[in-house]
Write a protein of this length. Structure first.
Length: 336
């Protein structure tokens, strides 16, 4: 770990204490600092955002050493059970595991249940693991807006495996592949036939596909494995080499050694070829442009002329007096 003296002098006093604790030895102080830092990152206050930016830049040189694993799948596939079983498997082998779990937010109330700590009770109690549930807050892709920043903070705290669990709400569930080193898609034994597998757009992004709950119907799990393996050959990234499809039972803990062996093999191959470094550079650039687009949208809404004209133009659009495309151009022209 790096020494606190290496931290920038311009850090807020409280943020400096948190950074020192984060970069220090594992324990209650580090976990408290990690929670407070992520809370600061998630704040929407302008002064908090400025502090968060400074703190994140201070921690950046200490990040990047962990393996980033993304896990997705439809609701009910057993993501939380799988992650808890995997996390316990890893900590017993000397790893420190951080789980960034993103829960869906209600489109009506905006609230989230954030029940992952309840589901992962055994892993939550282990001092070698850290679980942080966050609301998706309407973000497409099922990933909270600050998930990437939280990932860097967990890495700076010394967690060598960071798992990002997404909400698993449909084909837009692809953002996790843009921030992790390996993307795992969980499937149920009765996932459908070859054609149904091809229709799932998220499938082509998967580096590994896992048939979970294989103990419920071993014959169905075996068929699903064969069908998905066959279907993946139609996708560009897997057309020549195929993709590995595994079977597990997270509830019984079976299949986890084979799963982690497959993950490790892919990681080592990508490190040796330089693909892992190249992938992260592409992800960082994409992240920059994503934040630029979000920032521009926010500034657009806050522009005085836009704020003044928006209620009237919105009323014209909803009343059918003005085409939405025309309305958008008129609002954009107000920025000139």
């Amino acid at each position: 770990m790096s020494q606190p003296a290496e931290l920038p002098v311009e850090l807020h006093e409280a943020d400096r204490r948190w950074a020192e604790a984060l970069l220090g030895a594992p324990g209650a102080a580090q976990r408290r600092a990690l929670a407070k830092t992520i809370t600061l990152l998630e704040s929407t206050r302008a002064d908090h955002r400025a502090r968060a930016d400074a703190l994140l830049n201070a921690l950046l040189p200490h990040s990047g050493r962990a393996f980033r694993l993304g896990i997705s799948g439809v609701p009910g596939v057993g993501k939380s059970t799988f992650i808890e079983a995997l996390g316990l498997f890893l900590v017993e082998r000397g790893h420190r595991v951080a789980v960034l779990a993103v829960d869906p937010s209600s489109s009506l109330s905006g609230g989230s249940i954030l029940g992952d700590k309840t589901r992962m009770e055994r892993l939550c109690m282990d001092e070698r693991a850290y679980i942080r549930p966050s609301p998706a807050c309407g973000t497409l892709g099922g990933v909270a807006e600050k998930t990437r920043e939280s990932l860097l903070v967990c890495e700076a705290a010394g967690y060598d495996v960071v798992i990002v669990e997404t909400v698993g709400v449909g084909q837009s569930e692809t953002a996790v592949a843009g921030m992790t080193d390996l993307f795992v898609l969980l499937q149920l034994p009765n996932a459908g036939d070859d054609l149904q597998a091809i229709k799932k757009g998220v499938m082509e992004l998967a580096d590994l596909v896992v048939i979970n709950k294989a103990d419920l119907d071993e014959a169905a799990a075996t068929r699903a494995r064969a069908q998905i393996t066959s279907a993946l050959r139609f996708f560009g990234p897997h057309a020549q080499h195929g993709a590995e499809v595994l079977q597990t039972s997270a509830l019984k803990g079976t299949g986890l050694p084979a799963f982690w062996q497959a993950v490790t093999a892919q990681r080592e191959a990508r490190q040796a070829s330089g693909e892992l470094t190249h992938r992260r550079r592409r992800q960082d650039e994409a992240w920059m442009w994503e934040r630029i687009q979000a920032g521009l949208q926010q500034r657009f809404r806050q522009h005085p002329a836009v704020r003044a004209a928006l209620p009237g133009i919105s009323a014209d659009v909803t009343a059918g007096r003005l085409a939405a495309s025309v309305a958008a151009r008129r609002l954009l022209d107000l920025l000139n």
